[in-house]
Design a binder for this molecule. Structure first.
Ligand code: AMP
Length: 215
């Protein structure tokens, strides 16, 4: 399957994407994971992105499009891909449309995961992430803590609160979402590609997507 996952930070895009990869071998492409990996590796991309990310601001469109133009043409994308956190602005969506036409790829749909704001705020402030850039497993201190406190179940690295998940950065990220990313819902609706799922359970989101793909 070839999907865009839309939704505010904390809506569950990453969790849904990981579950969907198990269905048919589609790959999850998270621009946030790619950027955090680059910051940790200290690469040029990481150096250019870090200050924007820590402030909860979006990284410039040119940087993101440079990453995605290459990533979408890698061989593992042939089976399908789940775009998690991209596109995030109208210019990114327009440039993605042009790019996909150029490389002859057709998307199935854009899924808008719609979750109430109070749930989002609670999830983001209790979320913890594995600090290993190659792992980035996600935990939640309330609903899904690591077996050993502060240590990743998968790779043993420290599990931390992301720098952009402090109270101030969260509220800035949500404001940025409302201003820059929420307009994509209208964009994909006009393209006749939108599926909105109002659900807090990832299983409900997966079932809605499966149902739509089968119809
Ligand atoms: P995420 O893990 O998807 O919440 O992304 C973390 C941060 O990475 C965001 O707050 C942005 O600073 C940056 N980022 C991720 N994806 C994008 C994108 N498509 N466009 C611009 N910035 C992005």
């Amino acid at each position: 399957m070839k999907l865009i996952l839309l939704g505010a930070p904390g809506a569950g895009k990453g969790t849904v994407a990981k579950l969907l990869t198990e269905l048919d071998g589609s790959v999850q492409i998270s621009t946030g994971d790619i950027l955090r990996g680059a910051v940790q590796a200290g690469s040029d991309l990481g150096k250019q992105a870090e200050a924007f990310m820590n402030a909860g601001d979006l990284v410039p469109d040119e940087l993101i499009m440079g990453i995605m133009e290459k990533r979408l043409q890698e061989p593992d994308c042939a089976k399908g891909f789940l775009l998690d956190g991209f596109p995030r602005t109208i210019p990114q969506a327009e440039q993605l449309k042009t790019l996909l036409e150029k490389i002859n790829i057709k998307l199935d749909m854009a899924v808008n995961i719609d979750v109430p704001k109070d749930v989002i705020l609670d999830r983001l402030s209790t979320r913890r992430t594995c600090s290993n850039g190659d792992c980035q497993a996600i935990y939640n201190v309330k609903s899904n803590p690591p077996k050993q406190e502060g240590k990743c179940d998968k790779c043993g690295s420290p599990v931390i609160q992301r720098e952009d998940e402090t109270k101030e950065a969260i509220s800035h990220r949500l404001k940025t979402y409302d201003e820059k990313t929420a307009p994509l819902i209208g964009f994909y609706d006009k393209e006749n590609m939108l599926l909105t799922v109002s659900a807090t359970s990832s299983d409900d989101v997966i079932n809605a997507i499966k149902g739509k793909l089968a119809s």
